[in-house]
Design a protein around this ligand. Sequence first.
Ligand SMILES: *Cc1c(COP(=O)(O)O)cnc(C)c1O
Length: 429
Amino acid sequence: MPEQPADGATNAAWFERARRVIPGGVDSPVRSFSAVGGVPYTVVRGDGAHVVDVEGNRYIDLVQSYGAVLLGHGHRVVTEAVTAAAAAGTTFGAPTPGEVLLAEAICSRVPGCDQVRLVSSGTEAVMSAVRVARGFTGRDVVVKFDGCYHGHSDALLAGGGSGVATMGLPGTAGVPRSAVADTLVVPYNQVPELDERVACVVVEPVAANMGLVPPAAGFLQGLRQACDAVGALLVFDEVITGFRIGPGGASTLFGVRPDLWCFGKVIGGGLPVGAFGGRAEVLSVLAPQGPVYQAGTLSGNPLATAAGVAVLDAVTPDDYRALAQRVQRFAAELEAAVSDAGLPVQVPAAGTLLGLFLAEGAVTDHASARAAVEQGRYPSFFAAMLRRGVALAPGPYEVLFVGLAHRQDDLDQVVAAAAASAAAVAAGR
Ligand SMILES: *Cc1c(COP(=O)(O)O)cnc(C)c1O
């Protein structure tokens, strides 16, 4: 039931206003409803696992800012940290203790990651990591995997997942050929042949932007060996998996150590942060010590670092274990509910992450993910869930984010809504 809207505002009216002054009405294409139809709900606030829109509708939120929010919306420790930091000044252009604390929090939790440099988004993190890899190796070629998303920098958009996949874009409009000339796109879950032109291999260790596609047994180890054989660097883009899939991220979970890590999302507690890091020897190429330039006026911003430290300090290894168990059970229940209602379904899960494909047939890479999505059931399922008060991401290539704020009761409600929604979709309603 909608809570009473304060001012009679509607989602349609806000979206109309947005479309006049913001291209497509959204500041990031994944937020648009172009893949699912209808008008986006405009959020006024969130608490814990829920968001509330301008009409007063309350949803169980499985978007969680695409994974940026691990503790849930409006969590006290984040709010207090940000408030205190803001009162002391929002940015200085000088070193601050907060950035040291966040860098220490990251490095102390990720074995092998000696140093990190903070930036303001995941896009910047991966873009900068690639620059370091090129500077360190003196080579140009970057290998990435089809369906993995590494932010919207020119060189890495090719074969991108997430919104690039949802919009069916080749990923290169507005990107000159020259910018992607040294980007090789290869299929996920197959170890590619490398040679001595390759500066780095960039990979999502658990692919989470073409739905959820876990790494096949031996894939990450195989990448490590292939890189070592030709002197290329291995870059793990842990912008989603970092501090979500477990306290040490995917590198710890799978026991494969990359040369460079990229972080974002969780480490900012909902504020704009990214980080790239690795061995001190590799990072020594960065200015001011070395010749690779990389910078940012707001990098290591005091509000963002305060929020990030608050989150990392609040979450214990036991929290991750409990969350992973809750997610595994939820994935099984969700799959059973949808399947019993008569829809083909797969709910892949890896640690605390889960995905949803409304199709049969194993999904192991972008081609099989696309084949599943092209069966076309997601838009009507999405709409049916939203009517029942459950907010999934408005695109079929996104994963479901269950965080520490989701109570068992919330997840039970999602499963019940999924059963009813699947029955409605199966009946063609
Ligand atoms: C979200 C994401 C990015 C980009 O991060 P932004 O903060 O949106 O720039 C990069 N890599 C992966 C794996 C992501 O999921």
